[in-house]
Design a binder for this molecule. Structure first.
Ligand code: NAD
Length: 228
């Protein structure tokens, strides 16, 4: 029988936090032993967990990394919108701890990442690339973390420094939609992912929490978790 992963959930009162709590009730390998939200002390809550899952706000990351280093715990980070300095804080923590950092935990989007890289490698310089993303009106960061990841993949695959144009749409209660558009002479390819519910991200985050336990220190992606 597989052992249970004891989880501290940070951002527990938010949309993703609540979705994770609901999903974890049906998962025998996950036990949410502590929950934190804005104003709660993170380090005390971290003492009794194996893995901390963060779906809160980018500004929480310094305290989360400090607590994880002090308590020697693994991290699964789903929060997006980190600044360069905050990303550096995560990278430094990953020298001592196993950390999964993913702008999107869904299987479909991670396959989209894979397809985007492959398509960009195949299309020559005759093809331009752009990204369109849509999310609910209350999403705080724009462009989305997923759109930024797609842009980084495209730049790396095309070996260019120019920024990839990203159009961000904020409307209604859209959970998340991302389209990568390749435009060439007389033809166009569009790769689209549409999320129907937040459960896909929650399921991926719990899968990452089980995967990260006992790994060597390092900064891992959801593609590492999925073996893509
Ligand atoms: P939300 O606003 O509904 O919830 C965020 C929660 O975090 C709130 O309850 C808030 O009070 C809490 N919070 C804010 N600052 C905090 C702090 N310093 N310490 C502890 N808690 C704090 O947002 P959401 O839709 O649940 O999304 C949360 C984050 O996850 C966002 O950055 C979002 O972009 C990201 N997200 C990532 C994925 C993914 O797959 N990686 C999927 C969906 C959302």
């Amino acid at each position: 029988m597989k052992s249970t992963v004891r989880v501290l959930l940070i951002g527990a009162a938010g949309r993703m936090g609540k979705t994770i709590v609901d999903l974890a009730r049906t998962d025998r390998e996950i036990d949410i032993v502590a929950q934190c939200d804005l104003g709660d002390p993170i380090e005390t809550a971290m003492e009794d967990c194996d893995v901390a899952i963060d779906f809160s706000h980018a500004d929480a990351i310094t305290e989360i990394c400090r607590a994880a280093l002090h308590c020697n715990k693994s991290l699964v980070i789903g929060t997006t919108g980190h600044s360069q300095a905050q990303r550096q804080t995560i990278k430094e923590a990953a020298r001592s701890l196993p950390i999964v950092l993913a702008s999107n935990f869904s299987v479909g989007v991670n396959v989209l990442f894979w397809l985007t890289r492959k398509a960009a490698e195949r299309f020559g310089d005759d093809f331009s690339a752009e990204i369109v993303e849509a999310h609910h009106k209350t999403k705080r960061d724009a462009p989305s973390g997923t759109a930024k990841t797609l842009a980084e993949l495209l730049k790396a695959a095309r070996k260019i420094e120019n920024e990839i144009p990203i159009q961000s749409i904020r409307e209604g209660d859209v959970v998340g939609e991302h389209t990568v558009i390749f435009k060439g002479p007389e033809e166009r390819l569009e790769l689209t992912h549409r999320a129907a519910s937040r459960e896909i991200f929650a399921r991926g985050a719990l899968r990452a929490a089980k995967w990260v336990m006992g790994r060597p220190p390092g900064l891992y992606s959801m593609q590492d978790v999925l073996g893509l």
